[in-house]
Design a binder for this molecule. Structure first.
Ligand SMILES: NC(=O)c1ccc[n+]([C@@H]2O[C@H](COP(=O)([O-])OP(=O)(O)OC[C@H]3O[C@@H](n4cnc5c(N)ncnc54)[C@H](O)[C@@H]3O)[C@@H](O)[C@H]2O)c1
Length: 333
């Protein structure tokens, strides 16, 4: 039985507690939050779980094997570091840390202590992303051309990070997982209108082999959109995460060019075949991920969404932030 302490019981923390709590081989031993209100909610939902405002009770407990850090981004480094120093495996919310330097330090610390770090890149555990990864792996998509994502909504405004650090980690972690080519440059533009933090941004990532990604993140959209296009040489797909059924639609569409004589005689042919919607695993992503975390600890296995994956995302976020401040200058990754 792996015993977990969860730090942070605001919006996301309860979802994590519910999923850890539902596993047979995991026990949520303690929930820690600074806010008495949050702890009242926790006690109501889980009367038998210990609650505390004192982080030391989590860190000093010899019973606890792992700590989940579900607090605001700027606290991740400090809390994860304290947990690792006290010999606990850590599950850290996205984005892993506020800087690449912090991420590297935590990775080194975990290595020295033989502890696991898992970064909550939740979308990698959805049926949609797992199916898309499979379609790329088995060659159905052909070489990838682009990833194009729109992730917009009215809010939720964050107080500590801009829209890039809030919403783009989802797409950057999905791209990191799906695109085998290495990112080379990032450009980003954006604007803040209300609280000094950018509330909309457009990020472009240039990869090797002419693969390109574009992400539109926005807290000022009148409607919620969660749509991603993936273009491949053999197939193209649309993933609409808001669809109840048929979230992913794969199109047998494409373009091929035959060389005629000279540039004006290029023969462009368009292929427009069938569309199909693959069946997706409906299991809640966080449940699959929580299960995987516990199994990685039990088996001493390094998760694929480890500290190194978290660091790759933070490096892209830093590059995007730097480009944003320079009004879209290309920043090498
Ligand atoms: N994976 C996802 O899809 C997803 C979704 C939402 C949020 N998140 C991430 O989860 C984290 C938390 O976000 P949220 O929306 O739940 O925030 P929130 O503000 O609703 O909750 C944070 C909680 O942490 C508590 N807290 C803050 N500092 C603390 C400390 N030092 N010790 C103990 N408790 C402390 C606060 O009192 C609050 O209850 C963020 O990193 C966010 O990026 C991830």
């Amino acid at each position: 039985m792996i015993k977990v302490g969860v730090v942070g019981y605001g919006y996301w923390g309860p979802r994590l507690v519910r999923n850890f709590h539902s596993l047979d081989n995991c026990e949520v031993a303690v929930i820690c939050d600074r806010s008495a209100d949050s702890l009242r909610r926790a006690k109501q939902a889980y009367p038998h779980v210990q609650v505390t405002t004192d982080l030391k009770e989590v860190l000093a407990s010899t019973e606890i094997d792992a700590v989940a850090v579900v607090t605001p981004v700027w606290t991740h480094y400090e809390l994860a570091k304290a947990a690792l120093e006290n010999g606990k495996h850590v599950f850290v919310e996205k984005p892993f840390t506020s800087s690449a330097a912090q991420a590297k330090e935590l990775i080194d610390l975990a290595d020295r202590k033989h502890l696991q770090i898992m970064v909550d890149h939740t979308f990698l555990f959805t049926g949609a992303v797992r199916k898309i990864r499979q379609l790329i792996n088995d060659g159905s998509m052909g070489s990838l051309y682009y990833y194009d994502s729109t992730r917009v909504n009215l809010g939720l405004f964050q107080h500590d990070v801009n829209v890039i650090w809030d919403l783009a980690p989802h797409d950057l972690s999905i791209m990191d997982h799906l695109i085998d080519a290495k990112p080379q440059f990032v450009t980003a533009t954006g604007q803040s209108h209300l609280n000094g933090l950018e509330d909309l941004a457009y990020i472009t990532v240039y990869f090797e082999n002419q693969v390109m990604a574009h992400i539109n993140v926005n807290w000022l959209s009148p409607v919620k959109v969660r749509t991603t296009l993936l273009g491949g040489e053999k197939k193209m797909l649309v993933w609409n995460d808001l669809e109840a059924d048929e979230k992913v639609k794969v199109y047998d569409k494409g373009v091929s060019i035959a060389n005629g004589e000279g540039v004006y005689n290029l023969l462009v042919s368009y292929r427009s075949g069938d569309m199909w919607s693959p069946k997706l695993d409906q299991t809640e992503a966080l449940s699959t991920e929580a299960n995987y975390f516990i199994s990685c600890i039990e088996q001493s296995e390094t998760p694929f969404n480890d500290g190194a994956a978290g660091l790759r995302v933070v490096k892209l976020l830093e590059a995007a932030e730097q480009s944003l401040k320079a009004r879209g200058k290309a920043v090498p990754v």
